[in-house]
Write a new protein. Sequence first.
Length: 130
Amino acid sequence: MKNGELCRSGDFKGEKHVPVISTPEAVTAGVPFDVTVAVGTEIPHPNTTEHFIAWLDLYFKPLGEAFAYHAGHSDFRAHGESTRGANEGPIRAHPKATFSVEISKPGTLVAVSMCNIHGLWESSVDLDLS
């Protein structure tokens, strides 16, 4: 499998499936900080019974290392489903999660989202330490 065949990516301003990663501008080694991952920040994702983001994952790949580490996972199960029918339920989950993490060296955060129709999408943010 070639790069880009498993996960798709793009500019979140023009593609509703790309996870957006928000971090502080400065990160200090060994100090916890919040990372928010969201889908649909510029173009809303439908989040209907038929078309929804099922989950988000967050990974960290330290600079100079071969493997990434799983940092967090969030599921979104409420998509308007109901015994009354599709999209009749009283609640819908919006794909946004905040993870508290700390790192000991610079590297790259990678977020992956799973759309039930359009598959896996990813984005990344490089982190330096202050």
